[in-house]
Ligand binder design. Structure first.
Ligand code: HPA
Ligand code: ZN
Length: 326
């Protein structure tokens, strides 16, 4: 339909994307082979059959297994470039991507190997297509505060390549306040802050993200809708929510795409955006997320434009760059 065509063609920014979540089964096997790594699964079909999740943790278990094939700078480069090529073809013109350094440091992969491979692909995409980008270093919340501080120390020589910091992995029992001192240090270093909150965790975790971490953005934020004072505060601060429809469906955060809260968020005037989270695991990239929403809801043309506009408004770009896109 016309709405689908509009969604596909309109320029968009992606603000919630985990690089390690773009590892497609084919590429996982290809990289495993050249690195002499034996995967637990014997075929692409067998691996894909395991992509059935009842909750966030089910997915994370596979996500950490999958990323274990990444060893060398060229692995990080190839992974990043494959993602950028896909979304460039979907009219994504700006990306802000997360990487999970602790998921690789734990396997002995040095910080410089990770970040050099990733930024090589990002700078090439900028030169080739004029695509703009920001890189976000995410802390794994199931690990300790000490581990997060160690990771921040390792990142210090590379802060010119990192715009902001995030917080991901298992949300329940790992509230934002666990990392209050880490994020204060990040703020002191001039880094932006966005954290996953209200995906599975209660509204109180979103409050903590606001009041203790003083976040610049919220990833997911679905459960903020359970608390009207909280939604008012998000609105008052004009905070962007990076919403991930297919992810929410696959991880059973919503019962169906038809009941997804993104339209409600827009009706409340919240700055909601559409993002893919971990596209290789959740069944699609940006345009597939838009398609799923359009097919299962009555999103209007105006709402589609607003979603795309919100993605640029919420991006960590200078006012001049934003105006260029808006
Ligand atoms: N939530 C939490 N952690 C994650 C996610 C997510 O959706 N994707 C990758 N790590
Ligand atoms: Zn995420």
């Amino acid at each position: 339909t016309e709405l689908l065509t509009l969604a596909e063609r309109m320029p968009k920014a992606e603000l919630h994307l985990h690089l390690e979540g773009t590892l497609e089964p084919e590429q996982m096997f290809q990289i495993a082979k050249r690195n002499n790594i034996l995967l637990k699964y014997h075929s692409i079909e067998e691996l894909q059959a395991a992509y059935q999740f009842s909750n966030l943790q089910d997915f994370l278990d596979l996500y950490y297994q999958g990323m274990s094939v990444l060893l060398k700078e060229e692995d990080f480069y190839d992974l990043t470039m494959a993602y950028l090529e896909k979304v460039h073809a979907q009219n994504v013109v700006h990306v802000e991507l997360f990487f999970d350094p602790q998921g690789h440091l734990a396997r002995g992969i040095a910080f410089d190997i990770q970040i050099n491979g990733i930024t090589k692909a990002l700078t090439e995409a900028e030169q080739k297509w004029g695509m703009t980008y920001q890189l976000i270093m995410s802390f794994l919340r199931h690990l300790s505060e000490e581990s997060a501080f160690e990771t921040l120390d390792l990142a210090k020589p590379f802060l010119d390549k990192i715009t902001g910091v995030g917080l991901d992995s298992s949300e329940l029992n790992h509230p934002p306040e666990k990392f209050s001192r880490v994020f204060q240090s990040c703020k002191d270093l001039g880094l932006k802050i966005t954290v996953h909150a209200g995906e599975e965790g209660p509204p109180d975790y979103v409050w903590q993200a606001l009041d203790i971490l003083n976040v610049d953005r919220i990833d997911h934020g679905n459960r903020a809708l359970e608390d009207t004072q909280l939604t008012s505060e998000i609105l008052r601060r004009r905070l962007t929510l990076t919403v991930c429809p297919l992810s929410n469906l696959k991880l059973c955060v919503v019962d169906s795409m038809a009941s997804h809260p993104i339209q409600k968020m827009l009706q409340l005037n919240l700055n909601a955006t559409v993002n893919s989270d971990d596209p290789a695991y959740f069944g699609g990239y940006m345009n597939e997320n838009y398609r799923a929403l359009i097919q299962e809801s009555n999103l209007t043309e105006d709402e589609l434009y607003r979603l795309a506009k919100n993605s640029f408004a919420g991006a960590w770009l200078s006012t001049a760059q934003k105006n260029h896109y808006l």
